[in-house]
Design a protein around this ligand. Structure first.
Ligand code: HEM
Ligand SMILES: [Ca+2]
Ligand SMILES: [Ca+2]
Length: 303
């Protein structure tokens, strides 16, 4: 069972050790923020929150991180956890006592707070997974062209409600996307209608400017056009103006079943923050491993 004081006797200064390591990394690059937050999400959805996403492929095993859906995970997210783990292991009492999965959960809390988001208690006591297979990723991660039914059923399969899903989608208040994730919305939406009509026309032409046809596939643009480096509720205000980048973002406002929640998060940042914390805590409980089916890795990237 997870608890907020799991390491109280095992590694009493754990939270401050992780905090210092994450702050040092943050001073080197802001990418640590969206990179770590997305890494936590992609970890929890495949095999549960067990750091399976961090495993490197070997000669006879293609690991999760090499699945096409994970190739755009930022290297700085992985590096944040590796640096925090090294800082934890530098303390003799803590060495090899704290799971990579818990370090990822704590680092995620730190980056959210560093970007101006809520600070929340993190439940701890996860063990690290024993497998990481690229094939396990198939069909487990949401796609940017999903509609509300697809989003709801995927999140529901992990015990997350529609409200949780909408609150977690608020993570797109930070970070970057490559152009190919939404190019269908600005160039070939449907026959005779190149641009998605739910997209704000001004925003659509801005996107066409930043992502011309045949754009360099390495180009990435801000997902939140207003406050890309602040964890805030601007994401929901953007949706109200037709400035959701993905179909899966904009549908939250377009579909009348989810619109009231978007409006409520857009108009009250405290309501959004509270729902985000609740949803992150629930996400952090998904598929948690114990000593029976997990272990504590000495190297987060090796089984
Ligand atoms: C609701 C369904 C979701 C879909 C369809 C989705 C899809 C995507 C896609 C396509 C990207 C851009 C990747 C790229 O091109 O580099 C992205 C980025 C991102 N996503 Fe999501 N996502 C979803 C939910 C979430 C959730 C729940 C979180 C975290 C709680 C999250 C956190 C992020 C972050 C932080 C980025 C930016 C990454 C970076 O800048 O390195 N996403 N997402
Ligand atoms: Ca996992
Ligand atoms: Ca923002």
């Amino acid at each position: 069972q997870l608890s907020t004081n799991h390491y109280a006797n095992i590694c009493p200064n754990l939270e401050s050790i992780v905090r210092t390591a994450v702050r040092n990394k943050f001073q080197q690059t802001f990418v640590t923020v969206p990179g770590t937050l997305r890494l936590f999400f992609h970890d929890c959805l495949v095999q549960g929150c067990d750091a399976s996403v961090m495993i490197q492929s070997t000669g006879n095993n293609q690991a999760e991180k090499d699945h096409p859906d994970n190739l755009s995970l930022a290297g700085d997210g992985f590096d944040t956890v590796i640096k925090a783990k090294a800082a934890v292991d530098a303390v003799p009492q803590c060495r090899n006592k704290v799971s990579c999965a818990d370090i990822l959960a704590l680092a995620t809390r730190e980056v959210v707070s560093l970007a101006g988001g809520p600070f929340y208690q993190v439940e701890l006591g996860r063990f690290d997974g024993l497998v990481s297979r690229a094939s396990d990723v198939n069909g487990r991660l949401p796609q940017p062209n999903f509609d509300l039914n697809q989003l709801n059923s995927l999140f529901a399969s992990h015990g997350l409600t529609q409200t949780d899903m909408i609150a977690l989608s608020g993570a797109h208040t930070l970070g970057f996307s490559h152009c190919n994730r939404f190019s269908n919305r600005i160039y070939n939406f449907s026959p005779g209608r190149p641009v998605d009509p739910t997209l704000n026309p001004g925003y659509a032409s801005q996107l066409q400017g930043m992502c011309p046809r045949n754009v360099n596939p390495l180009i990435a643009i801000n997902m939140d056009p207003t406050t890309p480096r602040t964890f805030d509720n601007a994401y929901y205000q953007n949706l109200q103006q037709g400035k959701g980048l993905f179909t899966s973002d904009q549908i939250l406002f377009t579909d009348p079943r989810s619109r009231p929640t978007v409006n409520s998060f857009a108009s009250n940042k405290n309501v959004f923050n509270a729902n985000f914390v609740t949803a992150m805590t629930k996400l952090g409980r998904v598929g948690v491993k114990t000593a029976r089916n997990g272990k504590i890795r000495s190297d987060c990237s090796v089984l």
